[in-house]
Design a protein around this ligand. Structure first.
Ligand code: FES
Length: 176
């Protein structure tokens, strides 16, 4: 092979070098860097949106902090004189008497089970405490009498019991 043929062959064939063309390498590097940067920003953006969405959902969640303390029980016609009417959600017995209306708790004073009517009094099904018709303990383990709660009438004449306001067993809502 002559010297000119050797020079020509060297021009046509790429150099057997381990390094790549610097121009090509920079372009590929830039493209890869841009791609990774784009993925990074997209991930960050999605994370931020997700976090924002979670915060909004948390703030608007229907949160309940326990059972309501005021319950509307109905108009007076619902209460026949001398009959203890049980309201399951409010857990009270409401009795209309000649002297007025009163609401007695159905929550056992031992560990909070709901008592039920038993003969003239009340019985707790959990551990057998018995109360008389006034809510006084007849037999344990209940430590004290059933509570009474404040009753009032709303603008429409419906009875409303307020479980946040315990009252004396002597207190009654006077009704006509
Ligand atoms: S909860 Fe009523 S007797 Fe124990």
């Amino acid at each position: 092979m002559s010297a000119s043929e050797t020079a020509s062959a060297a021009k046509e064939s790429p150099k057997p070098s381990s390094k790549e063309d610097p121009k090509l390498s920079t372009k590929e590097g830039t493209t890869r860097r841009s791609l990774l940067l784009g993925i990074g920003w997209a991930t960050l953006g999605l994370g931020t949106l997700e976090s924002l969405w979670s915060t909004i959902r948390f703030a608007r969640a229907p949160v309940s902090y326990g059972a309501p303390l005021k319950w509307t029980l109905g108009t007076l016609e619902r209460f026949a004189p001398g009959v203890a009417v049980f309201f399951e959600k409010a857990r009270v017995f409401v009795t209309r008497e000649r002297r007025g209306v009163r609401a007695m708790s159905a929550v056992c004073t031992h560990l909070g089970c709901t008592v039920r009517r038993e003969g003239q009094g009340f019985l707790c099904p959990c551990h057998g405490s018995r109360y008389d018709e006034e809510g006084h303990v007849v037999s344990g383990p209940a430590p004290k009498s059933l509570a009474y709660y404040h009753l009032e009438q709303d603008k429409r004449g419906r009875l409303v019991v307020d479980l946040a306001r315990p009252v004396s067993p002597e207190e009654r809502l006077k009704v006509g």
